[in-house]
Every structure is written in structure tokens, then in C-alpha cells.
Design a protein around this ligand. Structure first.
Ligand SMILES: *Cc1c(COP(=O)(O)O)cnc(C)c1O
Length: 407
């Protein structure tokens, strides 16, 4: 059935300006499907797509071509996108470089800080619930002489601040702690963390990929020195991301490792993905204007879903539910198999964890770090609603799960 839905979707996909994602999806789907995996990726908002299209065809210039109008048009679009992207996190445009996504931004940031400052300090601190891109980048530094500490978290997924304080030292170069977790939605107190980190003279990198449009982020208020964004997590296109690099108080210097044309301050050589960059800027602009409405909408639907599950009396919610992204809930169906539940509800798009780890079949490292047994981790499912999710979608998902659970 899934293949049938996908084939129909691809064949009937046609862009009509003015239609919303929900309209497009409704038209395409022949069976009633419900997408509740917005933390894995989101559809491109049709208003974003509309802004991108001319940059594939009419304005196809290379923004590095300084000698003609084609290049200037592309450069102007990139400049605007840089302003839009910067302003959605309280940064200034000259603190943003464009990349292919969060994963690339993470590598440039973590490797770049280490290359630039490793003569002085050698310790890198991160947490066990970080995204695999961050954990991998930190582990990679160990081969180069870094001392990497991966801190445990409390059972509700929040940082153990006392443990962090005890781990910081004169040797600490970089601390990598995300603002919000992709699997549980748990939000960490960035200001308390950054104050601690800065007291020891270290830098703070934060993976804020999941926060855009779901909670407020401000690099000044949060005290973030470097952070990564990915457009496809907030209704922009895939393959477009950004890295924020603080320019003052303190000025952060990165040493690049990619040789080439020297684009993006020499940190990310290669011709920019102009349509992607334009799309990320347009998506950031939507966040700026509409995120409050999205958050309100998502929190109501998330509650409806979560309460529906809790009413069955057989589930529990993983992670702290007080400081949490507005759209995410991670539910443990104790004694059940998440894989079988997902298989038994083919029209409902959800996952057991991050999209990356769902391929490995291993229990989520995030849930394991929170002390869940293998069995409970493999009984847990992440549900993430989006701005276009409707109340009927929630009710349909609950009904499908109710049928699957009673089997
Ligand atoms: C999705 C995600 C990433 C990876 O983003 P890409 O743009 O797909 O590379 C990194 N960190 C978090 C928290 C994410 O949710």
C-alpha cells in the first residue's frame, strides 16, 4: 500500500500557487495518510517554493560572478537570505555562512574550533543525547589528540548541570550541547549552560536544528557562540543549512579544512546552492512572522495526541514534559514492539527515533542515555506534529493506534 501511495503522489504532484502543503498532500493521497514525523523533515511551504523557482531558471547566476548582472542578481538574493536567516536567531548577517545542512555545519564548527585553538586547550565536552552528527564529530577529534567527555543526562533527558560544572576545567576548549532534543523535544537551559561554559573561558556550540519555528532562539540571550541550522526542518528545502559563528564578545575563529574557491569566508568552498539558500531565507522569514501561531497550533494538537494515548492507561511519556518543544512527544508503549505498531499503522508517518538511526534498527541512543531498557526503548515512538497538521489527523492517528494496540 505504501508504494501505491508514493507512486500516486509522485504522479499527481503539481504545483499550484496559493495552495497549502495540506491541500497538495490531500490531493495526492488516495488513502488517508497522516504525517507525524516533522522532526525528521517538513514539506517545503508553497510560498517558499515560489520564492525559490526563479533562481533555477531566470536568475541562475553564480553569486561569486562579480563581473556581470547575472552574478549580481544571485548575490543580492543570497545577501537577503543571509539577513533573513540571521534575524531569526538574533544574529547579524556577517555571522552566518551557508552550508548544505546541519550535519555539514556541525563538522565545520567542531573541527574548525579544534583546528584553530587546539594548541591551547584539548578538552571537548558533549552529552550522550546529542545527535549522531555531533557525537561523531567529537569522537573524530579524539584521533587528533582531543580529550572528549560525553556527559550522562538525568532520566528525564535534561542536563545534569552539576555534572557539567564538575567536568569543566581550564583545559576545556569547546562544549557541544543542543538546545532541544530531536527525539524527546526536551529543551536545555542554554543560559545557565553558557554562563558556566564561559566562566571557564570555553566556547559553546549548540545544535539548534530542532528549535527553529518551535521555540525561541536568540544567540545573545542564550549565550551561544556557534550553532547550526537546517532549512528542511522548518518548511524550507533539503540540502540548505547555515552555521552561525559569533563575531564579537568573543570573536570566534574557525580554521577551514575544505580547499577550493574560498566561498563563505573560506570555510565552505564551492558554489552556493542559490535556490536552496533563497528557500532557507524565505522559510526563516515565515518563522519570523508566523512561529507564534505555529507553536500555539502545534502545542494544542500535540496535547490532543498525547492525552489520547495517556487515556488508554498503558503508555508513558519519555522525557521532561515541562520544558519541551511544542510539537514533539515520545511515547513508550510498554510491553509492545514499536516496530510492529508502526508496521501495523501504515498510513501514519512516525519513527522510533531520528531518521538516521531508524535505519540501523538499534534502540535509540537518546532513550538509552535516559536510562530506558532496550525493551522500553524499542517500545517507544516519536510523534512530531507540524503547522499544517489538523485535528482530524490526530484523531485518525489515535484511531489507527487504538486498532493496532488491540490486536
Ligand atoms: C536533522 C538534524 C540534524 C541533521 O540535519 P541535516 O540538515 O539533515 O544534516 C542534526 N541535528 C539535529 C538535532 C537534527 O534534528
Amino acid at each position: 500500500m505504501a508504494a501505491y501511495v508514493i507512486n500516486r503522489t509522485i504522479r499527481s504532484e503539481r504545483f499550484e500557487s496559493g495552495s497549502t502543503n495540506a491541500d497538495l498532500c490531500r490531493k495526492a493521497a488516495v488513502v488517508n495518510t497522516v504525517y507525524l514525523d516533522h522532526n525528521a523533515t517538513t514539506p517545503v511551504d508553497p510560498r517558499v517554493l515560489e520564492k525559490m523557482l526563479p533562481y533555477f531558471t531566470m536568475h541562475f547566476g553564480n553569486p561569486s560572478s562579480a563581473s556581470h548582472a547575472w552574478g549580481w542578481a544571485a548575490k543580492a538574493a543570497v545577501d537577503l537570505a543571509r539577513e533573513q536567516t540571521a534575524s531569526c536567531i538574533g544574529a547579524s548577517p556577517d555571522e552566518i555562512i551557508f552550508t548544505s545542512g546541519a550535519t555539514e555545519s556541525i563538522q565545520i564548527a567542531i573541527q574548525g574550533v579544534f583546528n584553530s585553538y587546539c594548541g591551547k586547550r584539548k578538552q571537548v565536552i558533549t552529552a550522550a543525547t546529542e545527535h549522531s552528527a555531533v557525537l561523531g564529530a567529537c569522537r573524530h577529534l579524539e584521533n587528533q589528540g582531543a580529550v572528549v567527555d560525553v556527559l550522562p543526562v538525568l532520566t528525564d533527558g535534561t542536563m545534569d548541570l552539576q555534572h557539567l560544572r564538575n567536568s569543566l576545567s581550564e583545559e576545556t576548549l569547546l562544549v557541544c550541547i543542543m538546545k532541544a532534543n530531536h527525539e524527546t523535544g526536551v529543551i536545555h537551559p542554554m543560559r545557565a549552560i553558557s554562563d558556566m561554559v564561559h566562566d571557564t573561558g570555553a566556547l559553546l556550540f549548540s545544535d539548534i536544528t530542532q528549535t527553529i519555528g518551535k521555540t525561541t532562539v536568540d544567540v545573545q540571550e542564550d549565550g551561544i557562540d556557534l550553532c547550526c541550522l537546517s532549512a528542511h526542518k522548518f518548511y524550507g528545502p533539503k540540502g540548505a543549512g547555515a552555521l552561525y559563528i559569533r563575531r564579537k564578545d568573543p570573536r570566534v575563529n574557525l580554521t577551514g579544512f575544505q580547499e577550493g574557491g574560498g566561498q563563505e569566508k573560506g570555510l565552505r568552498s564551492g558554489t552556493l546552492n542559490v535556490p536552496g539558500v533563497v528557500g532557507m531565507g524565505a522559510a526563516a522569514e515565515l518563522v519570523h512572522r508566523e512561529a507564534w501561531d505555529w507553536q500555539y497550533h502545534c502545542s494544542i494538537l500535540r496535547s490532543r495526541l498525547e492525552q489520547g494515548f495517556l487515556d488508554t492507561g498503558i503508555v508513558s511519556v519519555n522525557g521532561n514534559t515541562r520544558d519541551r518543544l511544542s510539537n514533539t512527544t515520545n511515547i513508550c508503549f510498554r510491553g509492545k514492539s514499536a516496530g510492529e505498531l508502526i508496521g501495523g499503522t501504515p498510513g501514519i508517518g512516525v519513527s522510533m527515533g531520528s531518521a538516521c538511526s531508524s535505519q540501523s534498527g538499534r534502540p535509540s541512543h537518546v532513550l538509552k542515555a535516559m536510562g530506558l531498557s532496550d525493551q522500553d526503548a524499542q517500545a517507544s515512538i516519536r510523534f512530531s506534529v507540524g503547522k499544517d497538521t489538523r485535528p482530524e489527523d490526530i484523531d485518525r492517528a489515535l484511531a489507527a493506534y487504538s486498532r493496532a494496540l488491540s490486536r
